[in-house]
Design a binder for this molecule. Structure first.
Ligand code: IPM
Ligand code: MG
Length: 362
């Protein structure tokens, strides 16, 4: 089959990690007889430098005409990069939020599991890890604080800023349905995370989740306050299957969950709408401090490409082959510096990509 893939290399380590994911996709194409054509799409700092804005209408149209979009990372050093001298709505991250909204990518899936081989990179004590963990964070991605009304003004001579957190019941319902649907295909448990002891938006969240839960009697569910969830993630990560939560909580909890897996360099993500289309990106940022040094970990991007094969292109077998190759490369003791431990072999970003390709043989 032939597929058209939009590629956002982006900023910082973005181009390096995307290059490795493309190598892996090309390997899949060769072994399984597919054709992937790539179209470079500008977003973030790269787009600011080329076009003066972090996302153009043309870039949105390019993304829309693709079967799926694979992305690296965007953004720069927020204290030193000139991009952050621009007004907030012209900065790199504004482009990312705009494309999420423009493509209606309301469901962000972030799987976090512990590879047996990376147990030593996991900062949590063995007795707390137990048999390991395998969770998926279902993060709402187009609402809440990220998209609410905001502003900064002087009130009685005092500079005052506000950001508003708004959700309507439809937005909550559609992400809750995604959460329960995926839980049904996993271990059948949803932990809905909110701050219902304080926030109205969370109380509505809880109400709607309870309504949706009635349609999924085979899925068990619980509510958990976000502060407790942050604690439980480092106390007993094995208790979670699907964590269902709003945008900001999901942003924070997914970074925490990734670190529990050993490195933020391992966590993939898929941002989906109601069609087959999706945008696939690692959960980590652009790490400008290590850009261009060939030391970034490309695994999160490669695993994001695997999610793309599975969710947007319906290539389950190919996705599984990529995931198995990642597992094999770890079993064979190769590590990028972020997951390195004594007794393993340290390799760079490009070499890691090649080693994974070598392990895809159909
Ligand atoms: C993420 C990132 C983004 C977010 C930033 C870059 C705007 O942290 O995808 O988790 O906050 O959603
Ligand atoms: Mg984040």
């Amino acid at each position: 089959m032939e597929y058209k893939i939009g590629v956002i290399s982006g900023d910082g380590i973005g181009p390096e990690i995307v290059a490795e994911a493309r190598k892996v996709l090309d390997r899949i194409a060769k072994v399984y007889g597919h054709t992937f054509t790539y179209e470079e799409i500008l977003l973030g700092g790269a787009s600011i430098d080329a076009c003066g804005v972090p996302l153009t209408d043309e870039a949105i149209a390019q993304a829309k005409s693709s079967d799926a979009v694979l992305m690296g990372s965007i953004g720069g050093n927020t204290t030193t990069s000139p991009w952050y001298q621009l007004p907030p709505d012209k900065r790199p991250e504004a482009g990312l939020l705009k494309i999420r909204k423009a493509l209606n990518l309301f469901a962000n899936l972030r799987p976090a599991y512990l590879y047996e081989e990376l147990k030593s990179a996991c900062p949590i004590k063995d007795e707390l890890i137990g048999d390991g963990f395998d969770m998926l964070i279902m993060r709402e991605l187009t609402g809440g604080l990220y998209f609410g009304e905001r502003g900064t003004e002087e009130v009685d001579g005092i500079l005052t800023a506000h950001d508003s957190l708004t959700y309507n019941e439809h937005e909550i319902r559609r992400i809750a349905v995604k959460g329960f649907e995926i839980a049904r295909k996993r271990r059948g448990k949803v932990t809905s995370v909110d701050k219902a002891n304080v926030l109205d938006s969370s109380r509505l969240w809880r109400k709607v989740v309870e309504e949706v839960a009635k349609d999924y009697p085979e899925v068990s569910y619980e509510h958990m306050l976000v502060d407790n969830c942050a604690m439980q993630l480092v106390r007993n990560p094995g208790q979670f299957d699907v964590i269902l939560t709003e945008n900001m909580f999901g942003d924070i909890l997914s970074d925490e969950a990734s670190m529990v897996t050993g490195s933020i360099g391992m966590l993939s993500s898929a941002s989906l709408n109601d069609t087959k289309f999706g945008l696939y990106e690692p959960s980590h940022g652009s790490a400008p401090d290590i850009a261009g040094k060939d030391i970034a970990n490309p695994i999160a991007t490669i695993l994001s490409a695997a999610m793309m094969l599975r969710y947007s292109l319906d290539l389950d077998q190919e996705a599984a082959a990529v995931e198995a190759a990642v597992k094999q490369v770890l079993a064979d003791n190769f590590r990028t510096v972020d997951i390195y431990s004594e007794g393993t072999q340290k390799v760079g970003c490009a070499r890691m990509g090649e080693l994974i390709c070598e392990r895809i043989n159909g």
